[in-house]
Design a protein. Structure first.
Length: 127
């Protein structure tokens, strides 16, 4: 069975890529439309220039950058506060923010308590 072709508001990725930025903004939700209409920050403009130039291993701190159709298929490393998490941009990510895909928090895991940590740890075997 063939994979169903992705459509965003009735348009394929190829059709979205051909649209101008203002036409694309009309299809996006209000928060993303407002960001595009106000214009990107200087850092986001530099990031887009490097993306369009075909640079490899793009790293960015711009977590509030909107995923545009021209980014689909590329791998972008997004900073999560500690390191750069690689994010492979897929069709379904269009209109979301890059920061949504690079998680900043993780579940803490703990091992057994150390010797003398608590009164209850005395009952554990020390092997």
């Amino acid at each position: 069975m063939a994979k169903k072709e992705f459509k965003y508001r009735g348009k394929s990725i190829e059709e979205l890529a051909k649209l101008s930025m203002t036409e694309l903004a009309q299809l996006l939700p209000s928060r993303q439309r407002r960001k595009i209409n106000r214009g990107f920050t200087d850092q986001e403009k530099i990031f887009l220039e490097r993306l369009r130039a075909g640079k490899r291993n793009l790293e960015t701190h711009c977590r509030d950058m909107i995923v545009l159709p021209e980014m689909v298929g590329k791998t972008i490393k997004v900073h999560n506060g500690k390191l750069f998490s690689p994010v492979i941009i897929q069709d379904e990510m269009v209109g979301h923010y890059l920061g949504e895909f690079a998680h900043t928090r993780h579940k803490g895991t703990h091992s057994a308590p150390g010797i003398g940590a608590t009164r209850s740890s005395a009952s554990l075997s020390v092997k």
